[in-house]
Design a protein around this ligand. Structure first.
Ligand code: PNW
Length: 461
């Protein structure tokens, strides 16, 4: 048995746009994902989150599902425009406040700790149309104002706050490759958006620490990162893998833990990478109480030497050239339905890389999981592939902890099948199966297994 510490936090995660539905109900304003998903061609089969899992109307049932699992923690996000319909505090939507109050109270009444993400990509559309969203520095203040509203209304009961989910995805997929909202394609905007994301996070954290210290909670940010394994042990490939990790994760975590961007980004990006003033550096450094990490996969990195090869995972767009790295997947590795390779040892290596680079921070894995081609047969979904994925990654977490990594919790993505962004409903990440016709939820084999892992506080090996 691989046993976990007695205070280890076992959780599961979702996000507002992916599960709530009720897109135009009870005074909610539109978000960039409402708009983006309704542009023909942006999402597979032109699907959208208008109804999604209808969690907005099935919240009590969903909390019972979490209780049956024995979850310690539930990570969900607040839809910014459900609370502030135009993104500003001009109007606070009481019905939105009421919904999240009911959810929080229901969780606590069932012994489940709420972990709230303030921003999981559903930016109020008005801020995009009128202010250019994350490209405008003013967004940092808008976000801090929104965060303050959340601390005011929910902070008496909520003690775990995640400001922003996955700055890399917001910047690179939203402003670089354009495959996520707001759908822009550029090789400079990602770095501007990323800069404002860091400032927004830091301002919200400062509001929490300065005005709400008496609430006694913790606030941090969640970044995503894959592992980058050098293709060969040549010095050039080793340096390429390191550079790829710096362009992915250290882009956001170096400013927060060290006060500045990685030197390699400064050198390679020139004036496309904004700079922090002395005052901003102080605001940003030390602004996260824990290291939130979403991790799914691993790629092989090799030095590109100016030549981006056919088949590079990120194509010829800015990402590959900027870091001068070729990324590939070993053809012998098994993959999930997203095409993401299943490499548990990459998870261990990444955790140890973070541990060493940032002096042993408290890490929480706020997402890990996989999409698999689930089939419901006689009322049962026997997702042995997902179960094996999670078992492998949890084993890797345990090994990293034995090597000193301060991992404090693990949240499985996702509690239930949901709207998988540009992939629509075709990609299922849930440990509960959702029938999108009837919206009925059914625990998969992985859910029944995860319940036992939580109950035993460990993995049978
Ligand atoms: C994360 N990538 O998204 C998100 O936080 C979730 O909302 C999402 O459902 C989950 O992972 C599964 O996709 C990512 O291309 C999207 O590297 C894309 C990437 C990584 C994470």
């Amino acid at each position: 048995m691989k046993e976990f510490p007695t205070d280890f936090i076992w959780g599961s995660a979702t996000s507002s746009y992916q599960i709530e539905g009720a897109a135009e109900e009870d005074g909610k304003g539109p978000s960039i994902w409402d708009a983006f998903s309704h542009i023909p061609g942006r999402v597979k089969n032109n699907e959208h989150g208008d109804v999604a899992c209808d969690h907005y109307h099935r919240m009590e049932e969903d909390v019972q599902m979490m209780k049956a699992l024995g979850l310690h923690a539930y990570r969900f996000s607040i839809s910014w425009p459900r609370i502030l319909p135009d993104g500003t505090t001009k109007q606070i939507n009481q019905a939105g406040i009421d919904f999240y109050n009911r959810l929080i109270n229901e969780l606590l009444a069932n012994g489940i700790e709420p972990w709230i993400t303030l921003y999981h990509w559903d930016l109020p559309l008005a801020l995009e149309m009128e202010k250019d969203g994350w490209l405008n520095k003013d967004i940092a203040d808008s976000f801090a104002d929104y965060a303050r509203v959340c601390f005011q209304y929910f902070g008496d009961r909520v003690k775990n706050w995640i400001t922003i989910n996955e700055p890399w995805v917001i910047s690179m997929l939203g402003y670089g490759q354009g495959i996520f909202a707001p759908g822009r394609v550029s090789n400079s905007e990602p770095y501007l958006a990323g800069h404002h994301i860091i400032l927004a996070h830091a301002k919200a954290a400062a509001v929490y620490r300065e005005e709400f210290a008496h609430q006694g909670g913790k606030i941090g940010i969640t970044n995503n990162c894959d592992w980058r394994e050098p293709l060969t042990d040549s010095e050039l490939d080793q340096a390429a893998a390191q550079r790829a990790l710096e362009f992915y994760l250290a882009w956001f975590t170096d400013p927060i833990y060290k006060g500045s961007y990685p030197q390699v980004m400064v050198d390679r990006l020139g004036d496309r990478l904004p700079t922090f003033t002395a005052e901003e550096k102080l605001l940003v450094q030390g602004s996260s109480d824990f290291f939130g990490l979403n991790h799914y996969t691993t790629m092989l990195a090799s030095d590109a030497n100016g030549e981006i090869l056919e088949g590079n995972v990120y194509g010829n767009g800015g990402i590959s050239e900027d870091q001068d790295v070729n990324l590939h997947v070993d053809p012998t590795w098994k993959k999930t339905e997203m095409g993401w390779a299943i490499v548990p040892w990459g998870c261990q290596k990444l955790l140890e890389w973070i541990h060493h680079r940032y002096d042993g921070p408290n890490i929480v894995i706020t997402e890990n999981g996989g999409a698999f081609p689930d089939e419901m047969k006689d009322g049962v979904v026997d997702d042995q592939d997902r179960l094996a994925y999670v078992k492998g990654y949890l084993g890797a977490c345990h090994d990293a902890m034995e090597n000193g990594v301060q991992l404090k919790g693990y949240m499985l993505w996702s509690l239930m099948d949901n709207f998988e962004w540009a992939s629509g409903y075709a990609k299922r990440f849930g440990i509960h199966y959702v029938d999108f016709e009837t919206l009925k939820r059914t625990p998969k084999a992985s859910a029944l297994w995860y319940r036992e892992v939580i109950r035993r506080n460990g993995l049978k090996v």
